[in-house]
Design a protein around this ligand. Structure first.
Ligand SMILES: Cc1cc2nc3c(=O)[nH]c(=O)nc-3n(C[C@H](O)[C@H](O)[C@H](O)COP(=O)(O)OP(=O)(O)OC[C@H]3O[C@@H](n4cnc5c(N)ncnc54)[C@H](O)[C@@H]3O)c2cc1C
Length: 460
């Protein structure tokens, strides 16, 4: 059997570095039909497909791949869409290397099947060819309010609407999609395809109300009494800071603020959009997750020299392998085993970043080696004039403070049971609001679990 396995992945063609670092266009070109069929043909169609075990929403991975081999791209798309409301997005942003592809049997002897890129191929093909899945909805009388419009909210809304419930989604911002809209840059996730996948909500008859902040424009208590059930998909949009001297200076951003200005307010398209952003000559990005990579690669495209400052090493970086690879390819400096201790100033503006060298110790609670400061090893990166902190996020207090009756832990992370139910009857939650920050696919999965539980609750 092993002799017959094609161990080598069909390579993904990518936009050349010198071209892409000046623009916010997508980096991988995506598979052509022939390339997709060739890559899909490497799948062994295992009788016990471990790849599905690695997928938080249980996509029938061998099933959709088989349809690609058979040139039935529309059927491949229908299989994907059954369990995943946004396959074009998840195909691009899921950490496949630690999920489905990590379990791929071919991956034990060679390159795992490129499941993510095949998923994106099938979703893109359907969009380009106007293929949509069909549904028949039998309306039910109950009304459900969904707060937020990120991935957890979208999957919950889709499933509940298909069951026949009347759904209203309330979104604080002027565009729906959550992080997919305001956080992840266009060069990873083009907005036309996010908008297309969101249009599905409209097709289903979901009422999407933008520019409504629950807790400010309308109270949670009012929503709860008006609707038969509520889902909270409010995410975790509040940034964390290091707490070092100098963080109040001009030129220090949280990654969220920086990425919202760049992506949602389209500052990268200034002067076409009237929303300029000032980017430093040398930007230091603190952290090494996907958010840090997005901040670093956006700063680079806006003309800065960029250094990633990370207290561990590349091997411990939590970013997706593809993002780290692209960032390094694009010439971003990766400074390992250093941690900021002070931001220096000149005329109230960032003027140098002082860091301390670190060494790795025994694993900590995260399972990664603990970074330990090396006393007396401080030095200053003199020319740093802008700092972006990408250190994780927490749920926003604006909503939490106005809904004190919902149980949360000391960090504001909502507490739910295995069915995503909060302590309040009829109130469910999912996504980053219950994790503090995880992945798109996990959020989609939690939205689905909540939808099922809400249906059972309303049937009673
Ligand atoms: C820059 C960045 C890059 C990322 N990259 C990846 C990646 O590559 N792969 C991956 O899998 N994950 C990635 N993630 C994580 C992923 O995007 C999140 O885990 C996911 O989006 C969480 O989904 P959610 O349903 O909790 O909603 P979110 O996407 O967090 O959206 C929540 C929505 O709720 C709205 N809202 C909040 N409060 C209210 C209120 N009171 N009233 C009305 N609306 C409200 C917000 O405006 C927002 O639109 C990234 C995150 C960021 C920030």
């Amino acid at each position: 059997m092993a002799g017959k396995i094609n161990k080598v992945r069909v390579p993904m063609r990518e936009r050349p570095v010198d071209e892409r670092i000046k623009r916010f266009v997508e980096v991988p070109f995506g598979y052509s039909e022939d390339e997709a069929i060739m890559e899909a043909s490497r799948c062994l169609q295992c009788p016990k497909p471990f790849c599905i075990e690695g997928c938080p929403v249980d996509i029938n991975i061998p099933g959709f791949i088989k349809k690609i081999v058979e040139h039935k791209f529309d059927e491949a798309f229908f299989i994907l869409k059954k369990d995943d409301a946004m396959p074009a997005a998840t195909g691009r942003v899921c950490p496949q290397e630690s999920q489905c592809e990590a379990k791929c049997v071919v991956g034990k002897v060679g390159d795992a099947i490129n499941i993510g890129k095949l998923e994106a191929f099938a979703a893109d093909w359907a969009r380009k060819n106007g293929v949509k899945d069909t549904f028949e909805i039998v309306d039910k009388p109950q009304k459900i309010a969904i707060i937020g419009s990120g991935p957890s909210a979208i999957s919950c809304a889709v499933d509940l609407r298909k069951m026949g419930y009347n759904i209203t989604v309330f979104e604080a911002l002027h565009k729906a999609g959550g992080v997919l809209q305001y956080g992840i840059p266009e060069f990873r996730l083009p907005r036309d395809l996010v908008d297309y996948e969101l249009k599905y909500l409209e097709d289903l008859g979901v009422d999407l109300q933008l520019n409504v902040i629950i807790g400010l424009h309308r109270s949670f208590q009012e929503i709860k009494s008006e609707y038969d059930a509520v889902f909270l998909g409010t995410g975790a949009g509040a940034p964390r800071f290091m707490g070092i001297p100098g963080e109040e200076l001009t030129g220090v951003y949280s990654a969220n603020e920086f990425l919202i200005r760049v992506n949602l307010m389209k500052s990268y398209l200034f002067p076409e959009y009237d929303t300029p952003i000032k980017v430093g000559k040398h930007v230091a990005v603190i952290g090494s997750g996907n958010v840090a990579m997005d901040s670093a690669r956006s700063s680079l495209r806006l003309g800065a020299k960029v250094s990633i400052i990370y207290r561990r090493t590349k091997s411990e970086s939590p970013a997706r392998a593809e993002e780290l690879h692209h960032a390094l390819d694009e010439g971003i400096e990766f400074m390992e085993l250093v941690n900021p201790v002070r931001i220096h100033e000149k005329l109230n503006h960032v003027h140098g970043l002082e860091v301390i060298k670190m060494k790795l110790g025994e694993p900590d609670k995260s399972g990664r080696p603990r970074p330990i400061p090396i006393e007396g090893s401080e030095f200053i990166l003199e020319d740093v004039d802008m700092v972006i902190e990408a250190l994780g996020t927490l749920p926003n207090r604006l909503f939490l403070d106005r809904a004190p009756e919902i149980n949360r832990n000391k960090w504001g992370i909502l507490q739910v049971d295995e069915n995503m139910k909060t302590n309040l009857d009829g109130v469910y939650a999912g996504g980053d609001a219950i994790s503090g920050g995880a992945t798109v696919i996990r959020a989609l999965g939690e939205g689905r679990i909540a939808a099922k539980a809400i249906d059972e609750y309303l049937k009673k």
